[in-house]
Design a protein around this ligand. Structure first.
Ligand code: ADP
Ligand code: ZN
Ligand code: ZN
Length: 741
């Protein structure tokens, strides 16, 4: 007899371990059952069957175990399983957390069921959903007695719509059960084309291979396929990086291999996918969070059955069921979206490296403003090979950037958000019918205090970072060492009382534009206007096709876009990213400004950019004006070395969260005591956001250079803490998180 070890695909705490089940008759390992097979299993107290994954086999079990109810298809192979194990250890989480990444969220992946052109899908009726949303189920005539019917309902509540063949498989039901639900008005069914195509509505222009420039050619020649190696392609904005990606992928596909391309954000996806689709057609699959479950499922299926050979997507596209991966490309590798902030808290670049190694393939990172850590590694070690493109393809070169000192504007009585220079340049563009991008850098809760006359910002005496205002305490705090200061009402530098708490919104700016430039058309792009599906794409297409004069937006307008008629970019206030209380503040400012300026003058006209700032002397702003990454890097890396920040060490952050502050503090002290034997640990302090939803949050910050052996030590310390901690607190642990909150 054979026993299978199974991990259940559930977030329920009590299911979060390995279970033993008997392998049913007629199954043979390596033939029709193996590691990575999806199964359905039953639990004593559970109504429905649970989805699980086989992670191992053994001869006997010390438990009296049940038999697997149903063996489905294979969800992941041995390589992916190894990856999941590596990630669980590397990112300090459960194997079930990392296994979840290997299957499309909310769906299973049964690939062999559907060959017909049309298939039947099921979903809940609107009436039923309304009743559920109003919590009226008990009083309604929708009460369910049959467990099979209940399983279908539970599944549809989570997955909105799904092909019925899969629904029956996953819930172990059949069409009779569904029919009963349809007759009662709870469910409805409908027909859909077997593979829904997320690009169906689009008209894609076919493009062909461009003749590479000499510089592009030498970069392409340096990249050796078919062996593991990592490259950093540092190339200024518009230098032709994407064309290199396209031609590399073409080579990889010719060899019968596959490619993964990661792009930072959804805002980037339409433009870059169009370019890839235009070149490669339907061998491309796209995966990002705005796809419906159905679309995502189909894309997953097309990858699994080998129809899709190129995947483009956000970081989770790394886990698509690709076989024979020849190259992984990470575009705009410095982008913060490559770091997951939820469990598993992985960095896509590290995971990509692990995958590339296991396939003997290439990892190519590309950016005009590389992460300081990546550039350091490329410059100083053999681990990453550095490739460079230092010129734009366009003969007009990089845009001219001017800096406006906002302190003078205020002194001259200009209280609007537009400096004289920016005002005049916007006017010029409106007259010439050339387009404008206006960028407002607004960052969440991080309020900072600044003198409007001299630009003075309160900084921590120990850490050289600006202090963050905490409204609940009415104090300024340093997010690194915990130092506190009273907020100032008189500027210690110039004596002015013109002290301001910063934080402006795009909505306010839009109203100002309408007032100051009544003749201009404006379109706004920020989290508020992009919550619906395809909103990014619709806004960007409108801006391009309807020749809207001004695109106003936050971070999401800074990346990747290639609008040939944009010749002016305005940054309304470059300072809010300098004062985010983070050691990466200068780096992020430089990246943001360089990227946003890089949106200007990409067509057949020279571009300009104007950066308005209260801090014209900050080196991130001066170097961004010249778009001089190397100058920025050389200065930044000295500061990092002096203060012992990454890449010279890694920063670990442990946050203890709980309802009772005494317990939280107690546990934070335990963390401190356990880790201090191995690492440089700073004393526990309240987290920058010290309370969320009545939960207190205390933070312990540590510094260490992380390598494989340190990972072992950390896992050991965390297990030690786990055995001592209060059962009512939670621990969040992360290395080099995106923000320090
Ligand atoms: P990046 O990815 O570095 O921002 P792109 O690949 O988007 O740069 O190239 C910038 C512009 O130059 C694009 O419009 C692209 O079509 C064009 N381009 C790139 N390579 C060539 C080439 N070899 N010949 C002509 N045009 C090119
Ligand atoms: Zn001042
Ligand atoms: Zn400090």
């Amino acid at each position: 007899m054979m026993i299978a070890e199974i991990i259940v695909n559930s977030s329920a705490q009590e299911l979060n371990r390995i279970f033993d089940y008997k392998v049913p008759e007629g199954y043979e390992i390596g033939k029709n059952i193996d590691i990575g097979y999806r199964v359905l299993v039953s639990f004593a107290n559970y109504k429905s069957l649970e989805i699980g994954y086989i992670i191992g086999f053994k001869e006997t079990s010390e438990f009296k175990c049940k038999t697997i109810s149903k063996v489905c298809d294979r969800s992941f192979d041995e390589k992916k399983f190894e990856l999941a194990k590596w990630m669980a250890k590397r990112y300090f989480c459960n194997l079930s957390d990392t296994l979840k990444l290997l299957v499309p969220p909310g769906t299973s992946n049964n690939i062999d069921k559907i060959k017909i052109k049309y298939e039947r899908w099921a979903r809940l009726s609107k009436e039923y959903k309304d009743v559920v949303n109003n919590h009226n189920i008990e009083n309604s005539n929708y009460k369910i007695k049959s467990p099979k019917q209940q399983r279908i309902i539970d599944f549809l509540l989570e997955n909105d719509e799904i092909p019925t063949s899969i629904l029956f498989d996953v819930t172990d039901t059949n069409s009779t059960v569904l029919k009963a639900l349809i007759e009662r008005g709870i469910c409805e069914d409908f027909q859909l084309e077997a593979l829904r195509n997320p690009f169906l509505t689009k008209h894609i222009k076919k493009t062909s291979k461009l003749e590479l420039t000499q510089k592009q050619k030498s970069v392409l020649d340096e990249i050796k396929l078919n062996e593991f190696s990592e490259y950093l392609l540092y190339g200024v904005t518009g230098s032709g990086k994407t064309e290199i990606y396209l031609q590399l992928i073409e080579k990889v596909i010719e060899q019968g291999k596959t490619a993964i391309v990661l792009v930072p954000e959804i805002s980037l996806t339409p433009q870059i996918t169009d370019r890839f689709l235009g070149r490669f057609g339907r061998v491309i699959a796209i995966l990002h969070s705005k796809l419906s479950n159905g679309e995502r499922f189909d894309e997953w299926r097309r990858i699994q059955n080998g129809e899709a050979k190129i995947v483009i997507g956000a970081r989770s596209a790394l886990f698509a069921p690709m076989k024979n991966i020849g190259i992984i490309i990470i575009d705009e590798e410095h982008d913060s979206s490559y770091k997951s902030e939820t469990t598993p808290k992985y960095d896509a670049r590290d995971v990509a490296r692990e995958i590339a190694k296991s396939y003997n393939s290439v990892l190519l990172l590309g950016s005009a403003t590389p992460d300081v850590r990546t550039y350091y590694k490329a410059k100083n070690t053999d681990a990453i090979k550095l490739l460079e493109l230092d010129e734009r393809i366009s003969s007009f070169g990089l845009p001219d950037v001017q800096i406006v000192d906002l302190r003078n504007e205020l002194a001259n009585g200009n209280k609007t958000v537009f400096s004289n220079l920016l005002y005049n340049e916007i006017k010029k563009n409106l007259e010439n019918k050339e387009q404008i991008i206006l960028f407002l850098n607004r960052r969440g809760y991080s309020t900072f205090i600044m003198c409007r006359d001299c630009g003075y910002v309160v900084k921590c005496d120990n850490c050289d970072v600006s202090m963050t205002y905490h409204i609940t305490k009415n104090k300024l705090m340093c997010h690194y060492c915990g130092a506190e200061k009273k907020p100032v009402s008189i500027c210690p530098q110039c004596g002015s009382q013109n002290i301001r708490y910063f934080g402006t919104g795009t909505q306010k700016i839009e109203a100002q534009i309408n007032k100051v430039f009544p003749e201009a058309s404006v379109i706004r792009m920020d989290v508020d206007t992009t919550s619906t599906k395809n909103a990014h794409e619709i806004i960007l297409n409108k801006f391009r096709d309807e020749k809207i004069d001004i695109l106003l937006g936050t971070q999401m307008i800074t990346k990747g876009h290639d609008f040939s008629n944009v010749t002016l970019v305005g940054v309304l206030a470059a300072d809010s990213s300098i004062n985010i209380g983070d050691y990466r503040a200068q780096e992020r400012t430089f990246q943001l400004l360089t990227q946003v300026a890089g949106r200007s003058g990409r067509g057949d006209k020279k571009g300009r950019a104007i950066i308005q700032t209260y801090m014209p002397d900050e080196f991130s702003i001066i170097t961004a004006q010249k778009q001089d990454y190397l100058k920025f890097y050389n200065q930044e890396i000295k500061i990092r070395e002096k203060l012992n920040y990454p890449p010279f060490c890694d920063i670990m952050i442990a946050v203890v969260i709980g309802k009772k502050e005494a317990e939280v503090i107690d546990d934070a002290n335990k963390i401190f005591d356990i880790f201090k034997n191995h690492f440089e640990v700073f004393a526990p302090m309240p987290a920058p956001i010290s309370k969320i939803n009545d939960n207190y949050r205390w933070r312990v910050l540590m510094k260490a250079k992380i390598d494989e052996s340190k990972i072992d030590v950390i896992n050991y310390c965390l297990a030690d803490f786990d055995s001592q901690k209060s059962k009512d607190t939670k621990l969040s642990f992360d290395i080099n998180p995106n923000n320090m909150s």
